[in-house]
Write a protein that binds this ligand. Structure first.
Ligand code: ADP
Length: 543
């Protein structure tokens, strides 16, 4: 209709163009594998991303071509996010921690035309190259004098040499905002990984939603460090959000141990960060050993796995850091829900606040969620009934790449998450389990997550995993598997006593076993599938 607002498309390149113009000198820094710091800024990155665009076009890249990266969280990887998507190609961020067969599958499934790779991953790609037919050129993210020699891969190209040939005088092209921009694969705990295709429109509106005050509350005054890697759900999309608001961006590279993370927070004055609970456990261990603090850090997102209560308490009471509990998936860009108090919670004491904060939070604008039973009948939001969690919204996937009629995509854009949850009358959602991890005891469900979260609150416990094991009467009963803190001693009886007033008596684990370590996924989550396999012959003592 005449006079309606302009239809200027929402393009990823416009995020960087804006940051370069209005926050040009704001820094983007990264730490390499030897903890050396590289410093750049939005202005420089915009020019270099344009050089990538020019080079890619010369190499023959076209709109909708898939161009892969295999790299840590670093400045060059960040440049590629924009250089590749900016010309309408699709930036496929490969998770190098996937199994070799999965890597071969996803590279072929995505039809990756070019691959940009950190030096660290050359041996990995050498071992796969004979099974990857599609990749035309491999570009190594390094300076000329660092170029590796490979007897297996011919004609490796040096990234800096490639960029040096270009002048960066380039206008970002304008195209339909519904164009695909980037591609991530789920980690595929069962079966092959599945490709999730993001678009320019979905990425930009997700960034608006994520930056908002009742979401991550980010502004140009922040210093933001995403710890979730850039090859996992695009570092939870935080690089895009940071660029939109023009904040300083700190990319932590390969080393995510407590010392490195604390070092970067302190030296770069980080105010906001985001990671899975495993990272925070390592950080706490280092802080306790070293006596160091997190003086500049104001808030941090905990997601990917449930955030235990003790973690929120420690962050706030010992280090003055506010925890934002978030839930999301690769399929949800990733923000689904985020936990922020409501006006009615004003005046609550910290313990009362925690009762709500341990939930995964409420949907941000744009997202709708519901829970339903096995027959798809919607269940009430009473905080008690739990069922399969469904989600829909403009940044939630509508299908998987190359998979027709995916079973997890229902009518009216609803996506079945594979999580089981409750939703309370205020809309706070709480994850009970992943559908496949739920423990069914005598027909009732027991939340493994809740037991784990209480167990890690014990001062001698480092990590906890709960699985269901066979029971002749109840079908399944919970088995608690624990890793102790270094130099800590604790018995099964002490653990059960500790849990006694925290969980319902019929949720009490039937047994507790201690192990040296738990198996983890590529993204640091406990691998329940492997754990169940390890304990498949476990026999409970049935009295
Ligand atoms: P994958 O683990 O398969 O790589 P994602 O990284 O996309 O996939 O993880 C999504 C899953 O992680 C969710 O479906 C949910 O089970 C779990 N998850 C994410 N955030 C939370 C949270 N805050 N609490 C509990 N579980 C979470």
């Amino acid at each position: 209709m005449y006079g309606l607002m302009s239809e200027r498309p929402l393009l990823i390149s416009s995020l960087l163009e804006h940051a370069a113009r209005y926050h040009g000198n704001t820094e983007i820094i990264s730490s390499d594998s030897d903890s050396n710091i590289t410093r750049s800024n939005y202005k420089k990155v915009n020019t270099r991303a344009k050089k990538i665009a020019q080079a890619l076009l010369k190499l023959g890249a076209q709109k909708s071509d898939t161009i892969a990266t295999m790299a840590w969280s670093n400045v060059r990887h960040y440049e590629l996010y924009f250089g590749v998507s900016g010309i309408g190609s699709i930036c496929h961020t490969i998770n190098p921690r996937l199994f070799p067969e999965q890597l071969i599958f996803i590279i072929n499934d995505a039809k990756d035309k070019f691959l940009f790779i950190d030096i660290d991953f050359i041996p990995l790609i050498e071992s796969l190259i004979s099974k990857i037919s599609i990749i035309k050129k491999i570009i190594v993210l390094c300076d000329k004098d660092q170029m590796p020699k490979s007897s297996i891969i011919k004609n490796l190209i040096c990234y800096e040499e490639l960029l040096d040939k270009e002048n960066g005088k380039f206008e970002w092209p304008t195209f339909d905002e519904r164009t695909a921009s980037s591609l991530c694969y789920t980690s595929g705990t069962t079966g092959n990984p599945k490709g999730v295709l993001y678009g320019h429109r979905s990425t930009v509106i997700h960034a608006f939603a994520a930056a908002a005050p009742d979401a991550m509350n980010l502004s140009a005054k922040d210093v933001i460090m995403p710890i979730a890697p850039m090859f996992h759900a695009n570092a939870w999309a935080i690089p895009y959000v940071t660029t939109m608001v023009g904040a300083k961006l700190v990319l932590p590279g390969r080393n995510l141990d407590g010392k490195s993370v604390q070092g970067l927070i302190e030296s770069e004055c980080v105010t906001f960060t985001a990671a899975v609970p495993t990272i925070w456990l390592m950080l706490f261990e280092y802080l306790e050993q070293s006596g160091k603090k997190l003086e500049t850090l104001k808030s941090c997102v905990v997601g990917g796995s449930a955030c235990p209560r003790f973690m929120m308490e420690k962050f706030y009471e010992k280090y003055g850091v506010e925890v934002l509990h978030c839930w999301g998936m690769t399929e949800t860009s990733p923000i689904g829900t985020i936990n922020r108090p409501l006006p009615k919670h004003k005046g609550q004491n910290f313990a009362e606040r925690l009762d709500i904060a341990v939930k995964q939070g409420r949907p941000v604008y744009g997202v709708e969620i519901k829970i339903a039973d096995e027959n798809g009948i919607t269940l009430p939001n009473n905080g008690k009934d739990f069922g399969n969690l469904w989600i829909r919204g403009p940044w939630i996937c509508s299908g998987y790449l190359n998979i027709e009629n995916s079973e997890t995509h229902g009518e009216d854009d609803w996506f079945l998450t594979g999580d089981v949850a409750t939703i309370d009358p205020d809309g706070f959602m709480q994850i009970t389990d992943r559908t496949k991890d739920v423990i069914k005891s005598g027909g009732e469900w027991i939340s493994s997550i809740e037991i784990e979260n209480f167990a890690v609150g014990h001062s001698s416990v480092m990590e906890a995993g709960v699985i269901g094991v066979f029971h002749p009467k109840w079908d399944e009963r919970p088995l608690l598997i624990l890793v102790k803190n270094e130099n800590s001693e604790v018995t099964k009886e002490e653990i059960l006593e500790f849990l006694k007033d925290k969980i319902a008596s019929w949720w009490m684990p039937d047994d507790v076993v201690f192990v040296d370590s738990l198996p983890h996924t590529a993204t640091g989550k406990i691998q329940k599938l492997v754990l169940r396999e390890q304990f498949k012959d476990y026999k409970l003592e049935v009295g």
